[in-house]
Design a protein around this ligand. Structure first.
Ligand code: AMP
Ligand code: GLY
Length: 425
């Protein structure tokens, strides 16, 4: 089998690493990939959002299965384009990717089908948005409807801040068309968790949960990022809560879309808040999480290629996903300045020493090769994952590996999985 992975981040490196273990895979390609992916796959310089370029590559290289990592090509319709030319592709078609591509559409779906979610309203004019705002208590949550590269959510402490965020979206169009509609949402409190399930459109196969650390600074301070670390499993989700997450949220969402005539295939990712009233949806994503994937796939004992193919071919009910009971902790190493301005082209040292730590896998995100050296090429540079019998052991291994890596300006959080490790689970 010849597989193409679309994307070039830490998530895609983890996907490539795991897919490479399938004995029927004889060639792996990535577009565009990165320096780490290049060790296991042929990297082709085609951007993930270049739909025409990806379709051409699939035809040229006679790819049997394309696995799409990021949301933009899914929301843009890459799956539809590949299916038109008769190619197998893992991921939802454009219409189904709306579950991530339009928060307003998804909110309505949740309301209609009783999927527990934060109370919210969607508006394209300022006045009614403000009226709705006044029916909620501060802090307020303001979200751009469409894709905004993780920057479209504002938690406003007071009304004045909320008004600024609503106007920025609807009037100043800081997110362009993605902000032509704004979602105003009640603020939920609790612990967050990311839950992932595979589906072929009928069968919904729960995978596992992970926690993502979104803020750049220790103790959840500073700016929101794409994710600074993660770990899996999540011990504070009890069995009853987990059952509700799989049944009342993920499976129900797939059924809801089916009832609407939308067949969802691929992985469905629910970003959840565990509130006093039970788990509630903050967002759905139409892809694997980054950096959650880097903490989940090291635990997967089943063959990933077979599972993804089963989603595409509609026979997922014949498969099970087995996971190691070990904990995997992932620490993201970023460029100094991230998520704002940062330098690239900085040489990275110590990768081999880091990989020598027991249980450790170093996934590359923003890296490139220059004259035989690995240099930084993005904001999130590496995702250092470590397996351990306990969260404490996995965490110690991950941080030992991080301490062996160095590059000018590098930054990482010191408190990934600290709380669960202290809780002794
Ligand atoms: P999203 O992109 O929708 O996941 O939002 C990014 C982050 O904003 C989430 O991971 C949460 O930490 C926070 N967030 C989003 N919606 C809410 C909400 N309704 N209440 C509290 N926090 C939220
Ligand atoms: N970890 C957050 C995301 O993948 O959207």
């Amino acid at each position: 089998m010849r597989i193409l992975v679309v994307g070039g981040g830490g998530r895609e490196h983890a996907l490539v690493w795991k897919l490479a273990q399938n004995p029927t895979v004889d060639r792996l390609f990535a577009a565009p990939g990165n320096a780490g992916i290049a060790r296991e796959a042929t990297c082709v310089p085609v951007a993930a959002h270049d739909l025409r370029g990806i379709v051409d590559l699939v035809e040229q290289e006679n790819i049997d299965l394309t696995v799409v990592g990021p949301e933009a090509p899914l929301v843009g319709g890459l799956v539809d384009e590949l299916e038109i030319v008769g190619r197998r592709v893992f991921g939802p078609p454009r219409e189904a990717a709306r579950i991530e591509g339009s928060k307003a559409w998804t909110k309505e779906l949740c309301q209609r089908y009783g999927i527990p979610a934060a109370r919210s309203g969607a508006f394209s004019d300022v006045e009614p948005a403000l009226e709705y705002l006044d029916s909620l208590e501060p802090p307020y949550v303001i979200k751009a409807d469409g894709l905004a590269a993780g920057k479209g959510v504002v938690i406003a402490e007071d009304r004045a801040e909320a008004v600024v965020a609503i106007r920025a979206c609807l009037v100043d169009r800081v997110f362009g068309e993605a902000g032509a509609t704004v979602v105003v949402e009640e603020h939920l409190t609790g612990r967050e968790v990311s839950a992932f399930a595979l589906t072929d459109g009928r069968e919904v196969l729960p995978l596992v949960m992970a926690q993502d650390f979104k803020r750049v600074g220790d103790g959840d301070t500073g700016l929101n990022t794409g994710g600074m670390g993660s770990y899996s499993p999540v011990p504070y989700v009890d069995e009853a809560t987990a059952a509700r997450i799989w049944d009342e949220i993920l499976a129900r969402a797939v059924r809801a879309m089916e009832s609407e005539g939308v067949r969802y295939r691929g992985v469905l990712y629910a970003g959840l808040m565990l509130t006093d009233e039970g788990p509630k949806v903050l967002e759905f994503n139409c892809r694997f999480g980054d950096p959650e994937t880097q903490a989940i796939l090291p635990r997967l004992r089943s063959d990933l290629g077979e599972l993804l193919l089963a989603c595409v071919e509609g026979n997922l009910s014949n498969y099970r996903a087995l996971f190691s009971p070990e904990t995997c902790v992932t620490v993201v190493i970023a460029s100094g300045g991230y998520p704002a301005e940062y330098r690239t082209g900085v040489e990275i040292h110590g990768l081999g020493d880091a990989e020598a730590v027991e249980g450790v896998l170093v996934f590359h995100a923003g890296t490139a090769e220059r004259e035989g050296r690995v240099v930084t090429a993005g904001g999130r540079v590496l995702a250092v994952s470590a397996l351990g019998a306990t969260a404490a052991e996995a965490r110690a291994r991950a941080y030992e590996a991080c301490s062996r890596i160095s590059f000018e300006g590098m930054l990482y959080r010191r408190d990934i999985a600290e709380r669960v490790a202290q809780e002794g689970r």
